[in-house]
Design a protein around this ligand. Structure first.
Ligand code: ZN
Length: 346
């Protein structure tokens, strides 16, 4: 696939009278086709890409293009040999490439490193959703996969739910249909030739029951748009669980603290305990201890593949800070009759 000729116009497939816009459009189109990231391991494509860069570097610079038109392949030697360099020469992208005298060495030329220089742009970023903010390329040759975080409540994690999200994604430019140009080699003004525009997209998200903090929900085809008929990317939603005021999450299980009065713990009682689905009656056995955990089997979180975790109710014996006269009398009587010594080393 490598081009034999070194004619820059031929390489870009444009006429010698092509406008700067036409050159740019032609270059972008071909660069997309031969970009190393789209042709992994393809040496011919890599070589072609380097040549395209070289051609574009020269022809996109009005002054260099003029010299090239006049002297052909020897333009650089003419330029360097001919007295003091014109202003701006040292600052252009090709500066230094011919430092050893006319030779062009592109070995040091970094792919995607279109930094600096007039009209420089990063084709990789443009193609793969850099404009979409959260976008990050995973698989080239199709639209960008977009990653985002979604914070949900514990109830949503348990029962599932629906969410409407607004996302910034790369879409195919509606003006040029993703080609980057309107008719007759004119760069599309809407997208600047990239074929993509950033757009706010409304997405309906189904949160499946059983997701957890750190789960990832993949929404196929909801990422960045693919260029030139390529498939769109996917949207990856990383689930964050909002802390719950009552329940602590431990895997599939829930834990909740339940305060009980000293006499409730001593005598045993039935109390209402909160669960993720509402209240249930819980039997506190006589002689219950502070910190003791009572299991409510199957009252934990729904699991992704069916079944449920458990809920653990952790008892906390709470002593009243203020007591009435009568309570005081009863405590004093208890103190008198009880043989219980909590420090007897039991
Ligand atoms: Zn466009």
């Amino acid at each position: 696939m490598a081009v034999k000729t070194k004619d820059y116009y031929e390489m870009l497939g444009v006429s010698r009278s092509a406008s700067a816009d036409e050159i740019k459009t032609a270059y972008r189109k071909l660069a997309r086709k031969f970009h190393p990231d789209l042709n992994p391991g393809d040496k011919a494509a890599e070589e072609q890409f380097k040549l395209l860069q070289e051609a574009y570097d020269v022809l996109s610079d009005a002054e260099n293009r003029k010299l090239y038109d006049q002297y052909g392949e020897n333009w650089r030697a003419v330029k360097q040999g001919g007295g003091p360099p014109p202003p701006g020469w040292q600052g252009t992208r090709t500066a230094g490439a011919g430092a050893q005298g006319g030779g062009f060495d592109f070995k040091d030329f970094e792919f995607g490193g279109f930094r600096g220089g007039a009209g420089g742009f990063d084709i990789f970023e443009e193609m793969f959703g850099g404009r979409a903010g959260a976008g990050r390329a995973r698989r080239p040759a199709r639209g960008a996969d977009v990653e985002a975080e979604l914070e949900i409540s514990l109830e949503e994690a348990h029962r599932g739910g629906r969410r409407t999200l607004q996302m910034q994604v790369a879409e195919i430019c509606p003006t040029c249909n993703g080609t980057g140009e309107v008719k007759e080699n004119q760069t599309c003004q809407t997208c600047g030739g990239s074929g993509q525009v950033a757009k706010t997209k409304t997405i309906e998200v189904n949160i499946p029951a059983g997701v957890r903090d750190g789960s990832t929900v993949r929404l196929a085809g909801q990422g960045g748009a693919g260029l030139n008929g390529q498939q769109p990317g996917d949207l990856y939603l990383h689930i964050r669980l909002r802390p719950h005021p009552v329940f602590t999450v431990r895997g599939d299980d829930l834990e909740v603290e339940l305060p009980v009065a000293p006499w409730e713990a001593a005598l045993g009682t039935k109390v209402e305990a909160p669960t993720i689905d509402g209240k249930v009656e819980l039997t506190v056995p006589a002689g219950a201890q502070s910190g003791q955990r009572l299991r409510l089997r199957g009252q934990g979180l729904n699991k992704r593949k069916g079944g449920r975790g458990d809920e653990f109710v952790r008892l906390k014996i709470v002593v009243p800070k203020k007591i009435s006269e009568e309570e005081r009398r009863l405590y004093e009587e208890l103190d008198r009759v009880s043989k219980f010594n909590p420090r007897s080393g039991r």
